[in-house]
Design a protein. Structure first.
Length: 114
C-alpha cells in the first residue's frame, strides 16, 4: 500500500460547506425589498381601516320610489365596483368594435381587388 492512498477502512474526509462565506449572501442578510413591501402593506391596511372608520356614518340614498340608509363606506365601495365593471365592459366593447371594423375593412379591400 502506498503512502498517498488513505486506509480502506476509513472513508475520505469531506469538509462541510461553510454557509457564512464572506463572498456570497448569507441566510441572515438584511432584505430591504422585503421590508419595504411589508411596510407598504401595513400602511395600506392602516389606510383601509382608517377609511372604514372615517366613513362609518349613515347617509340616505333616494331612489325614484324609495330611499335607504347605508354607511358611506358601502356607498364608496359600490361606486368603486360599478366604476371598475363599467370600465372593463366599455374597454371590451371598444376592442370588439375595433376588430369588427378591421374585419369589415379587410373584406371591402378583398372585394375591391376581385
Amino acid at each position: 500500500m502506498s503512502e498517498l492512498q488513505p486506509p480502506r477502512d476509513q472513508p475520505p474526509a469531506v469538509e462541510a460547506p461553510d454557509n457564512k462565506s464572506p463572498d456570497g449572501p448569507s441566510d441572515e442578510a438584511f432584505q430591504p425589498q422585503l421590508w419595504s413591501k411589508l411596510i407598504l402593506l401595513l400602511v395600506l391596511v392602516g389606510y383601509g381601516i382608517a377609511l372604514v372608520v372615517a366613513n362609518s356614518s349613515k347617509v340616505k340614498i333616494s331612489f325614484l320610489f324609495t330611499s335607504i340608509n347605508v354607511s358611506k363606506i358601502w356607498l364608496i365601495l359600490l361606486c368603486l365596483v360599478l366604476g371598475l365593471v363599467s370600465g372593463v365592459l366599455l374597454s371590451q366593447m371598444y376592442r370588439h368594435r375595433k376588430t369588427k371594423r378591421a374585419q369589415l375593412e379587410r373584406k371591402a379591400k378583398q372585394a375591391d381587388k376581385s
